[in-house]
Design a protein around this ligand. Structure first.
Ligand code: UDP
Ligand code: MG
Length: 326
């Protein structure tokens, strides 16, 4: 254990010009205070990852980098999505940090909790999960869908932390092992618990977005949830198999019923039931095919192993040099 670890706070930013000045201000305050209390090394920094923003986000990052020694930056060539932008930052930061904290740019997560993360890191934990204990700032709809999602994931046997998103601390060795995953379909909050390193939780209150709008509209949120499920569980496919088996049993029963009816002379009138069952089975088959196709699509993406992000500009040279000195 390093006495005063080098911390890097990684912040994915997509069109965040409205919040960024405040975010940088608050995170600088956090770093300042932690350095003053000798909880982290003086070469600790924050890494702002511009995920192909269309507004002035990158211009701001460059400006802050000039004026504030805590600020480093990474510019992705195009929008890669939250998870990939986060991974880009994590993998960059781990080269020169002892621990890394990931946090969203919008200040919904409590920056003061970072101190508790660091205290836990000093106690020997490799992973510290930030858990939202109060989500009243989120809309009812967001809370309800999120809760349904956590329940579904747990019932499918996926180990994820309830009410934890991507606000967490990870040690260097955690990140070194995370790098080995090489997954294209990224769902970091499901991958980190798989590592099995000593972990703990810190509770905080979730706030409203400081400024700007959510970059996760319903469509993206649903796609993310669906990706999470199909990247981590094959239970849906098993369910399809089970459904096929049940339908088969049902058709055997119906067959016996029809044959016995014929033998005893009862009239089997069945056009309606015939049509209904043909449509029903047709529908179920298409659904099953679609679901299997979803998994095949995932395999297709994985085997290509395309890079998840392309780094266009890198403002971390100073942080890297600093860590080599210490
Ligand atoms: N984000 C990103 N790339 C994207 C979408 C979002 O880097 O394509 C960042 C965004 O700037 C923010 C974080 O991911 O820092 C979470 O996004 P947001 O706060 O909009 O999501 P919500 O909290 O509404 O789920
Ligand atoms: Mg947010």
């Amino acid at each position: 254990m390093v006495a005063t670890p080098i911390l890097t706070i990684v912040v994915p930013c997509y069109n965040e010009e409205e919040v960024l000045p405040e975010t940088v201000f608050r995170l600088s305050g956090v770093l300042d205070a932690l350095i003053a209390d000798e909880l982290i090394a003086s070469s600790s920094t924050m890494l702002l990852v511009d995920d192909g923003s269309k507004d002035a986000t990158w211009a701001l990052i460059e400006r802050f980098h000039e004026a504030n020694t805590f600020v480093t930056g990474l510019k992705l060539a195009k929008n890669a999505g939250h998870q990939s932008a986060l991974l880009a930052g994590l993998m960059k930061a781990k080269a020169y940090s002892d621990c890394v904290v990931s946090i969203d740019a919008d200040l919904q997560d409590d920056t003061d909790a970072i101190r508790e993360f660091i205290v836990k890191f000093h106690e020997g934990y490799d992973i510290v999960y930030g858990v939202r204990q109060d989500r009243s700032a989120d809309t009812f709809f967001k809370r309800a869908t999120a809760q349904g999602f956590y329940k579904l994931m747990t019932s499918l046997g996926v180990k994820i932390h309830y009410n934890h998103a991507d606000f967490r601390l990870m040690s260097k060795r955690t990140l070194d092992n995370l790098e080995k995953f090489q997954e294209v379909n990224l769902f970091l909050r499901g991958m980190v618990p798989l590592l099995g390193f000593p972990s703990t939780q810190v509770y905080y209150d979730r706030k409203e977005r400081f400024a700007g709008e959510s970059k996760y509209p319903l469509r993206k949120m649903l796609a993310f949830a669906f990706d999470g499920i199909t990247s981590f569980s094959v239970t849906p496919i098993r369910f399809v198999t089970l459904m096929g088996f049940l339908l088969f049993l049902l058709s055997v029963c119906a067959g016996i019923y029809a044959i016995v009816g014929k033998l005893v002379g009862a009239n089997v009138t069945g056009w309606t039931s015939l049509i209904v069952s043909v449509w029903f089975i047709g529908g179920v088959q298409l659904l099953a095919l679609g679901l299997i196709g979803e998994y095949i699509g995932k395999i297709y993406k994985e085997v290509k192993q395309r890079p998840l992000f392309v780094i266009e500009k890198d403002l971390t040279a100073h942080a890297t040099a600093q860590s080599e000195l210490t």
